[in-house]
Design a protein around this ligand. Sequence first.
Ligand code: ADP
Ligand code: ZN
Length: 721
Amino acid sequence: MFAEVIVDIAHSDVDKIFDYACGEDIVRGMRVAVPFGNGVTTGFVMRIKETTDVPSEKLKRVLRAEENFPSLNDEALMLADVISARYRVPMALTLRLFLPAEMRTGKVSMRYRTVIKLCGEAEIPARAKRQRELYEFMRENGEADSALLRERFGSAVKALMESGVLAAEKRRVFRDPYRGVEGDSTPKKLTPSQQNAVDTVKNTAKTVTLLHGVTGSGKTEVYLTLIADILRSGKTAIFLVPEISLTPQMLSQLRARFGSKAAILHSGLSAGERFDEWMRLREGSARIAVGARSAVFAPVENVGIIVIDEEHDGSYSSESSPRYNTFDVALLRARYNKCKLILGSATPSVETYRRAQEGEFEFVKLPERINARPMPAVRIVDMRREVRKGNATAFSAMLREKLKSCLEKGNQAILFLNRRGYSQTVICRDCGYVATCKNCDVSLTYHSDENVLKCHYCGANYKLPPACPDCGGRHLGYVGTGTQRVVGDLKKLFPSARILRMDVDTTSGKEGHYRILKQFSDHAADILVGTQMVAKGHDFPQVTLVGILDADMSLHFSDYRSGERTFQLITQVAGRSGRAQEAGEVVLQTYSPDNYILRFAAQYDYEGFYEHEISMRAATMFPPFAKIVRVMVTGEDEKETLAALKSVYEKLQVIYAENTEDFLFFNRMHAPVKRIQNKFRYQVLMRLVNGRVLKEIYAVCAEEKHKNVLVYVEENPANLS
Ligand code: ADP
Ligand code: ZN
């Protein structure tokens, strides 16, 4: 027999099949050790075959299997093929997505414990009292943990093993990260809307369903019902959530409902725990894979349903090679398994919503909150007026007042600070004016190193105006406030309030945001102050007030999606308020109170927002009507990097010249941020009418090989800095 092997070296020079001779014990999908060059390396068996073209004197043999089972199944191998071809990355790099990192590095392995079993009868002399006791104990229990027995019966254990009465057996044990987690295990009685959603998903002929449900409408219960159904039919499920929404509540709910059938993969687990959760899925003892983006590669077979919750979330795009899109991979798996794929959100991405509207996806709504609870009323506060009245703090008079009465009633509040785009945009504090690009209709970003305003889409530079071009005001610039300062100011305003801060500084480490969320949900604090992280799907029943301190900050981020992002953020964070008995309120502070995005968000008018947004995208030719493609060229040596850029650019120019009608924009330039971590950054930026030339662009970049320079392609990147 012969094995076709891909060696586990992520380099395009060795990105091809190598043949090795092997025995019957080697099967497709296994990880194997093979002689390679002058040493030994691991590889993946892609196929087993009967013949080879390699002459026998040149042929080497597989040395051994790294595991006694194939770690990659047929589906994984198929997916890897498609992903490698689509994004032009070496096969080895793609195959690694399917394995826990711990397996490849060999740093952790299975954990065992020794069990002692009774396996024979015996006449034990009366004087051997200990042995008799042990024998009786074993007759009662059949088996017991070795360490435990030795502690209790000492050398009697060894004696009975030697006489063949007892025998030791090695048992696999799984590290259980959720031992002791409890929650409500009874399914809720579905509301008519929820039942309708469940039925629609089950009955539709379409693979993908968009579940558009307002915040607090009970989407989770719909997913859990569908998943429970699938498990009953003997199949498996994949449930994807943004990392940040794997909250203590979510985990306990899953554990209570599905017990050890759910394997939960997230960054808070230790290496050993992650490895074990993966193994439980591979072996089939766990049948629901729950996790962030990477769980889309979970080793479950016979998949019956895939759920992507908060489908609009930015974390579903990978930012390292291969730069895959989670939805695309999920769709491949859904087609392979002939199962349904559910996308859920209160604020679907514009692209997804369009596909649902045009009939490509099934579409179902949960238009109301559970128990017809009202959506919290949103009050827009004009911060320009506060400035004029001499209030220089981050809190408007209205927010201060509402905070006071919220705390007096013993309720909780969330204050949200929008740190994305922090102090990058120049804004007029008197009239709310924001500088935008003449060519691209997106806002400009301030670069302090050159003291200019830049457009990230065409590279145009603008001088900083000395005064506001609209009102002549001189209060230009925006000094954002950090969470720390807000907390400091709050303490002065409300000395007795208990305040928690949640941002990148306070959530590092293994426990990270879980600890903070748990404290807040236990009502060990009155106010939670945080960035984007507090906006995601948390369910805190006692929160009756949400304050959005600076709604503008993402509005003017220089990205074509900034309107969409702002709408999503405001809707999500507002949705944290008033989820239980008491009605909730939202105070939204802004320097542009008339902005249409904020108006739609305050009315919870997704359709209104969408209609406006999609017609603007069509008029300005931004996605989904065009594709933004950036080829990044980065390296530590500026000369080498520039040489690489030149070479890539020349090849891309050929594509451009031959297909000019497919391009809306094509140019090379410095990336807006010229250096990151000592690496020079250059880019070729393109806006494409369609994806026709995409394949050729990837091919050009895959061909480009430079010693110390990285060349890669990004599609509709989340960040153009
Ligand atoms: P969403 O994810 O849509 O924002 P959740 O799934 O968090 O909403 O549900 C909101 C709240 O309603 C939760 O506290 C949940 O336990 C509760 N809930 C969901 N479905 C039902 C139901 N059928 N009956 C009663 N309560 C429900
Ligand atoms: Zn521009």
